[in-house]
Ligand binder design. Structure first.
Ligand SMILES: [Zn+2]
Length: 409
């Protein structure tokens, strides 16, 4: 399995200039490539192949006075920018043709210098290197100081350098890791993700989002309101934007760390974990949107999934149309729909239920049934396909996984 390991890096002012140049060149190459393909399409010409695109947008362009400066940055950075564009196109085509499941993928969009997040990627053949003194050597950038919060388990196959909205820099390494099978345990658990509690487990455990996280989220909300009152284009507005971005990053980092701890604990203590496959993007458009995004369920279930694969546990998602709340986990009766404020209820069979714990128990039962039906129980967890390294394209970046205790963005 390949995982990302993220570390903060501290480029010198000179290195920051070189990085800005590389971000800029990668953006130009990406946009040139996009434009070329769009123009070909408008003129009714065939789709420009990856190889042809690379030749025209990088090799030939470097020989022209308008793009000669592309030669000032590592050519790998430019090739990787085009690789991102190609991935974005492939995802879009696969989505249009129905080969790719899930939410519809939009066609690639132009990148802007005003984007909150700038990124470039170096692969092995760029000869990036972690030096004996702990610095990260990048071609045509220099040796960057890195804060190593933990050791890399093996030699990374690539590294992305990211600058976030608050001006922080990160190195995100893609590293092959071996599975670390945990000793088997008996218990299996269903997880109900909700709004009143972050998660309720079928064993009755209720996990609320921690206070510090709620406090940070409240502060973020206040800053966002303050930003909304600032006049467009004003200096004060610019300052407020940075403040909001900082608070946002803090909330995201804190939440990720907390979710890593919780997901690791659940995986350690259970042989199988089942979650309800929530239609998070669907919910995201409703009134519940804000709290849903705050809760960060998708990121959390993603953590459970990859950790299950890595530690030899089973993981299953249960159909989201399954009425987990209404079914009595004791007798199986499908009861009437309940209002959101009903927290406990009684089944005609005599069972008294806590709404969320009952739902979690149903998720566990449905997950177990699913796995048995597929005969998947013999396999230790469903190993997600090794992901391609998450690219610098925003869509690809969302699929990146952060490793315990280390956060980015
Ligand atoms: Zn019942």
């Amino acid at each position: 399995m390949r995982l990302r390991f993220n570390f903060r890096v501290y480029p010198t002012p000179g290195q920051q200039i070189e990085l800005a140049r590389a971000f800029g060149c990668a953006r130009v190459v990406f946009n040139d490539g996009l434009r070329l393909r769009q123009e070909a399409r408008e003129q009714g010409l065939p789709y420009v192949s990856d190889a042809e695109l690379s030749k025209r947008i990088i090799t030939l362009a470097k020989a022209t006075p308008e793009r000669a400066w592309l030669g000032e940055v590592s050519s790998v950075v430019l090739q990787q920018a085009l690789a991102d564009l190609n991935t974005a196109y492939r995802n879009f085509f696969a989505s249009v043709s129905g080969k790719r499941r899930g939410r519809k993928v939009a066609p690639p969009r132009y990148r802007s210098r005003k984007d909150n997040r700038q990124a470039i990627r170096f692969t092995k053949n760029s000869r990036f290197k972690v030096l004996g003194n702990g610095r990260l050597r990048l071609p045509k950038i220099g040796d960057l100081a890195v804060r190593w919060s933990r050791a890399l388990p093996s030699t990374p196959s690539s590294v992305a350098i990211i600058k976030d909205a608050t001006g922080r820099y990160f190195a995100s390494f893609v590293v092959q890791v071996t599975d670390e099978l945990l000793p088997p345990v008996e218990s299996e658990v269903g997880v109900d993700l909700g709004l009143t509690h972050f998660a309720v487990l079928s064993d009755g455990t209720k996990v609320a989002a921690p206070k510090f996280l709620r406090r940070a989220a409240r502060k973020l909300k206040r800053l966002q309101q303050a930003l909304a009152r600032k006049q467009r284009g004003s200096q004060n507005r610019k300052k407020a934007v940075v403040k909001v971005a900082r608070a946002h990053a803090r909330v995201a980092d804190t939440r990720r760390d907390w979710q890593h701890k919780l997901s690791t604990q659940i995986i350690r203590e259970n042989q199988a974990v089942y979650v309800e496959d929530l239609c998070v993007t669907g919910l995201g458009r409703t009134r519940l949107a804000k709290s849903v995004h705050d809760a960060g369920w998708a990121g959390f279930t993603g953590m459970l999934e990859y950790k299950a694969a890595r530690y030899g546990r089973a993981f299953g998602r249960v159909d989201r149309f399954f009425p987990s709340t209404r079914i009595c986990s004791d007798c199986g009766r499908n009861n009437e729909k309940m209002a959101l404020n009903v927290r406990t209820w009684d089944c005609p069979c005599g069972s008294h239920h806590d709404r969320d714990v009952n739902a979690a128990r149903n998720v566990r039962a449905a997950g177990q049934a699913d796995l048995n039906a597929r005969g998947a129980h013999v396999r230790p967890g469903l190993v997600p396909a090794a992901r391609n390294e998450a690219g610098t394209h925003p869509d690809a970046a969302r699929s990146a996984r952060s490793v315990e205790g280390i956060s980015v963005r």
